[in-house]
Design a protein around this ligand. Structure first.
Ligand SMILES: N[C@@H](CCC(=O)N[C@@H](CS)C(=O)NCC(=O)O)C(=O)O
Length: 337
């Protein structure tokens, strides 16, 4: 598997950079693949552990949904807020707790599930890793129910597996389209977009929002809005999607961040330079992708807002934005004027 900057962050001097207040994302340790001899592509064999507020999980739930794999690949959903300091196992752990009440709604969240993948009814995603002697704890996790083993915990590679094996995995689509087309020049365009979008947008948002050093934040803020300007210009020739007429992996990887920008990141990640609504071509692209089959159901802004705000500051979740409201606004491409 390639280890490129479009998949993970450069780990050079990570400890020193973190000490200086830079948010540096760790590297996923489970890097097997469906298609390996021990992990054949078969319908009903694989399972996903996700949280719907996590943008990396959102890549995977999108691929599962738009490739017609929602029946063939089962899925458990963790509560959007991780465990607190009082948890007996530890803080900041993803928990399968469908009865936990969300402060935003005052009710449990219907999408949340118990853990069903291992058959052991585990409480924490961390315990899925501990079964294999690992101290990792992140989601998403792609799990093999036949062997009772983790295949991968790297979203960039999981979406490629689902795309590459959709038919053999039991897609309900008669002719599943490809997120990464065969054409080498299109693959190059997608790779270049993936790289810039991962570094400055997908992970850039965290670099801005989670860093405690003003200069690191400022550099991430600038790079983020520079790329939005670049994408706005790219779409200004009237192309419906980033590489042209077809929805590809590049669009799928950009969507989770822009979907979160106006209702969450604008405030939570201090990315208040502009709203996506202020970029007419990007806004129409966002609404166009949101209208595609399987996209709206693959995410939840309730989980995003509860997850990003319910753990930070004093746990009180902002009610806005109200003009317009989200995700309703994603049904109004002309709102951007
Ligand atoms: N490179 C991984 C990143 C996954 C990731 O960082 N997930 C976050 C949630 S948004 C997580 O679980 N972090 C917890 C941790 O690492 O402790 C991927 O893209 O799948």
């Amino acid at each position: 598997m390639t280890k490129d900057t479009s998949t993970q962050e450069d780990q050079t001097d990570a400890t020193a950079r973190r000490a200086k207040g830079e948010f540096v994302r760790g590297v996923s340790g489970f890097r097997h693949a469906i298609g390996d001899p021990e992990f054949p592509a078969e319908p009903g064999r694989y399972h996903l552990f996700v949280a719907l507020n996590c943008p990396w999980c959102h890549r995977v739930t999108l691929a599962r949904s738009v490739l017609g794999l929602s029946e063939a690949i089962t899925m458990d959903v963790a509560f959007p807020n991780r465990t607190g300091e009082d948890d007996p196992v530890g803080a900041n752990l993803w928990e399968f707790a469908p009865n936990r009440v969300a402060t935003l709604t005052g009710t449990p969240l219907p999408e949340c599930t118990v853990e069903t993948g291992t058959g052991e009814g585990l409480r924490l995603a961390k315990q899925v890793y501990q079964r294999e002697g690992s101290d990792e704890q992140s989601v998403p996790i792609l799990y093999d129910k036949v062997q009772g083993r983790i295949v991968s915990n790297e979203s960039a590679e999981i979406i490629r597996m689902l795309d590459g094996h959709a038919r053999a995995l039991g897609s309900t689509m008669s002719d599943p389209f490809r997120l990464v087309p065969e054409d080498p020049s299109e693959q190059q365009d997608i790779a270049a977009l993936n790289d810039r979008i991962y570094v400055t947008i997908n992970n850039g948002a965290y670099k801005a929002g989670f860093s405690s050093d003003q200069s690191v934040y400022a550099a991430a803020f600038e790079a983020y809005f520079e790329t939005l300007e670049y994408l706005e210009h790219l779409l200004s020739d009237g192309r419906p999607f980033l590489t042209g007429d077809e929805f590809t992996e590049a669009d799928l990887r950009l969507f989770p961040t822009l979907y979160r920008h106006d209702p969450v990141y604008y405030v939570r990640m201090k990315l208040n330079g502009a709203r996506i609504l202020d970029y007419p071509h990007l806004w129409r692209w966002l609404c166009r992708v949101y209208a595609l089959n399987g996209v709206a159901d693959a995410g939840s802004l309730i989980h995003c807002r509860q997850g990003y705000f319910g753990r930070s500051w004093n746990g009180v979740v902002p009610i806005g934005p109200l003009k317009p409201k989200y995700p309703e606004a994603y049904h109004q491409p002309d709102l951007a004027g």
